[in-house]
Design a protein around this ligand. Structure first.
Ligand code: AMP
Ligand code: MN
Ligand code: MN
Ligand code: MN
Length: 304
C-alpha cells in the first residue's frame, strides 16, 4: 500500500481531473492517496467516488497557503472533513482573493507588454481555482518562456513584473482550519523554502505550538539529501514524517506517481496509526523503493 499524501488535480493547478488522478495513482500502485489541491476542496467528492471504484484509499486533503515571516509557506491538511463550514467559508474567501489577484497579475503583465493574460490563464484554469501556474502555462504557449520554472523566475516572484504580494492567512489560522475540520497538519516541502536551520526550527516551533504534527520528509521537490535533513528535523522535533509527490500531472516536472523513495531510517510515518495500515494490508513503515526523489522543477524559490 504505497502512500502518496500530496497531489493536485484540475480543481487547482493539476492537469488531471480527480478521477483521472485516482486512476493513474491506482495503476502506479499507490494504495493511499491524498488529494491536496491549493486552498481548494472542490475535487474531493469526485476523487472519493473514483477511489471507491478502484480499491484505493482516498485521504481527503488540502494544501493551504499561509504567510510566515513575510514569506508564503504551504501546509497540507490530511483527513479533513471537507464539508466543514468554517473551512469551506475560509476557502471561499481565499478563492475570492485568487480571482482578485489574477486580475492584478494580468494588469501588471499587461504593463510589461503581455496583454490579455487573464483570458489565457482562465483557459487553463477551466473555471476552477486560478493560480500562478495557469498564467505560467499560458505564457509558455505564447512563447514568453520555455517552461514553468522560467516563467516563475522571470515574471511571477518578488521583484518581477507579474508579482502580486500574497495575502494568505497566518500559520495559526491555517492550523485552526485544518484542526477544526478534524485533520492532521503537515508542513509541505520544507526544503523548498531555503530557510536556515534556525529559521526552519522557528517555523516548526510555532507550528507545533498550534498543534501541527507532521513534516513532509519525502517530496517530489526534495533531493535525497533534503529527505535526510528533514528526517532529522522531524526526529529532533517529535514530528511525524509525511510523504507526497506533489504531483501536478504527466510532464509537469515532478516525479511520477508511485515512485517515492523509502523514508530515511528513524522516521515515524504519519500514516503508521491510520486505520488502513492497522488492518495489516501493507508496510507500516517505508514505502517500497521505486526510485529516488530528485529536485526537478523547483529552484530554491525565495520569492514565492
Ligand atoms: P499559487 O498558489 O497560485 O501562488 O501558485 C503556487 C504554485 O505555483 C506552486 O504550488 C507550484 O505549482 C507553482 N510554482 C511555484 N514556484 C514555482 C517554481 N519556481 N517553478 C515552478 N512552479 C512553481
Ligand atoms: Mn501547484
Ligand atoms: Mn506547495
Ligand atoms: Mn502542492
Amino acid at each position: 500500500m504505497l502512500p502518496d499524501l500530496h497531489t493536485h488535480s484540475t480543481a487547482s493547478d493539476g492537469t488531471l481531473s480527480p478521477s483521472e488522478l485516482v486512476a493513474r495513482a491506482a495503476a502506479a500502485g499507490v494504495g493511499v492517496l491524498a488529494l491536496t489541491d491549493h486552498d481548494c476542496v472542490a475535487g474531493l467528492a469526485e476523487a472519493e467516488a473514483a477511489a471507491a471504484g478502484q480499491g484505493l484509499r482516498l485521504v481527503p486533503g488540502v494544501e493551504l497557503s499561509a504567510v510566515w515571516g513575510g514569506r508564503t509557506i504551504h501546509m497540507v491538511g490530511l483527513g479533513i472533513d471537507y464539508r466543514e463550514p468554517v473551512l469551506t467559508e475560509a476557502l471561499d474567501e481565499v478563492a475570492r482573493f485568487r480571482v482578485w489577484r489574477a486580475g492584478e497579475i494580468a494588469r501588471k503583465l499587461a504593463k510589461a507588454g503581455f496583454e490579455n493574460t487573464l483570458e489565457g490563464a482562465r483557459e487553463y484554469a477551466k473555471g476552477q481555482s486560478i493560480g500562478r501556474t495557469h498564467f505560467a502555462r499560458h505564457l509558455i504557449k505564447r512563447g514568453a518562456a520555455k517552461d514553468v520554472r522560467e516563467v516563475f523566475k522571470r515574471f511571477m516572484v518578488a521583484g518581477k513584473p507579474g508579482h502580486v504580494p500574497s495575502q494568505w492567512g497566518s500559520v495559526e489560522r491555517g492550523l485552526e482550519l485544518i484542526h477544526g475540520a478534524g485533520g492532521q497538519a503537515v508542513i509541505a516541502h520544507p526544503a523548498r523554502y531555503g530557510f536556515t536551520r534556525t529559521k526552519l526550527k522557528r517555523l516548526i516551533d510555532e507550528f507545533r505550538e498550534h498543534g501541527g504534527v507532521g513534516l513532509e520528509v519525502l517530496s517530489g521537490s526534495h533531493t535525497r539529501d533534503d529527505a535526510f535533513t528533514m528526517a532529522r528535523h522531524a526526529r529532533e522535533n517529535q514530528l511525524k514524517a509525511s510523504a507526497g509527490s506533489d504531483y501536478h500531472g504527466p510532464g509537469e516536472g515532478m516525479q511520477e506517481l508511485g515512485r517515492l523513495a523509502p523514508l530515511p531510517p528513524g522516521c515515524t510515518p504519519i500514516w503508521a496509526d491510520w486505520p488502513e495500515y492497522a488492518l495489516g494490508v501493507g508496510p507500516t513503515c517505508a514505502p517500497v523503493a521505486r526510485g529516488c526523489g530528485a529536485a526537478t522543477i523547483f529552484s530554491r524559490d525565495r520569492g514565492e
